[in-house]
Design a protein around this ligand. Structure first.
Ligand code: SAM
Length: 252
């Protein structure tokens, strides 16, 4: 069943308005017609079954026939702080982190991100489109937010907003992930920080530790930044989120 993202603000009185790139995908790529059945998901965690009732040059109207709130979102509000990598690696990180249930992705510049962030603002729109596509494909009922790039100092400042703060580091002074102590209460939100290709500077790891980040080791091999982001998200979601958990079978 074709799935489309529609903001909850575009759903009223049982009718949804599909616009923009989602409309183009519906009308031009999939060539749907009046009477075709679709699934919509909005930014409020709700999924809607619907039928296309009209197509104008810019909007498709869908009559909502049923609405549910399937449990497809992780109970852990996971924020991935990602040192902006070179080239198009961030596209892969965004797509896979979305599939892994990450809630927010925050690209950051740091001492060794070496200008990889140039034009990150323009790339942000592409990254957000990738997140919508990955959320549609993976059956999520919400789309991760891709934040505007920030400096690493702002990552450290933002740390306090999270119950759990893990900076993944392949150097000395780390705790193996498996040896991380269990927090007194299960975390509801977590921040994971992954360095760019050049890694973190000594000052950055020190500042993170002072701000309450645990420096965490993922094992004896050096992972590429894009691999590290996905392994870290997997480890955290498996331990404190819903990865590997039983789930009520998804709707067909
Ligand atoms: N500075 C590293 C070096 O000297 O080769 C390269 C950094 S690595 C390519 C990019 C990021 O992935 C690191 O900053 C860290 O966040 C993460 N990472 C890679 N391997 C890791 C490991 N074994 N344990 C924890 N983090 C790791």
């Amino acid at each position: 069943m074709p799935r489309f993202f529609v903001p909850a603000s575009d759903i009223a009185d049982g009718t949804a308005s599909v616009r923009g790139s989602e409309f183009r995908h519906l009308q031009r790529v999939l060539r749907l017609r009046e009477g075709d059945h679709v699934t919509l998901f909005d930014d409020a965690g709700t999924e809607h079954a619907g039928v296309v009732v009209s197509l104008s040059p810019r909007v498709a109207l869908v009559r909502v026939t049923a609405s549910t709130m399937p449990r497809r979102e992780s109970p852990l509000a996971l924020t991935l702080y990602q040192g902006i990598p070179k080239g198009r690696k961030m596209d892969l990180v965004v797509e896979k982190a979305t599939e892994l249930g990450v809630q927010t992705i925050v690209p950051f510049h740091s001492a060794f991100s070496l200008g990889a962030g140039a034009g990150a603002g323009a790339k942000r729109e592409r990254w957000q489109r990738i997140a919508v596509a990955a959320a549609k494909q993976s059956g999520r009922t919400s789309v991760p937010a891709i934040a505007a790039p920030i400096a690493f100092t702002e990552v450290v400042d933002a740390a306090a907003a999270h119950d759990l703060r893990l900076l993944f580091f392949e150097g000395t002074g780390t705790v193996p992930f498996v040896a991380l102590p269990e927090p007194a209460t299960p975390p509801q939100s977590a921040a994971i920080a992954i360095g760019p290709e050049g890694g973190f500077s000594r000052d950055e790891t020190a500042a993170a530790r002072d701000a309450g980040f645990a420096l965490v080791d993922m094992g004896p091999r050096i992972l590429r930044t894009e691999t590290a982001a996905l392994v870290a998200a997997t480890l955290v979601q498996a331990r404190w989120g819903d990865l590997g958990a039983a789930h009520s079978h998804r709707d067909a």
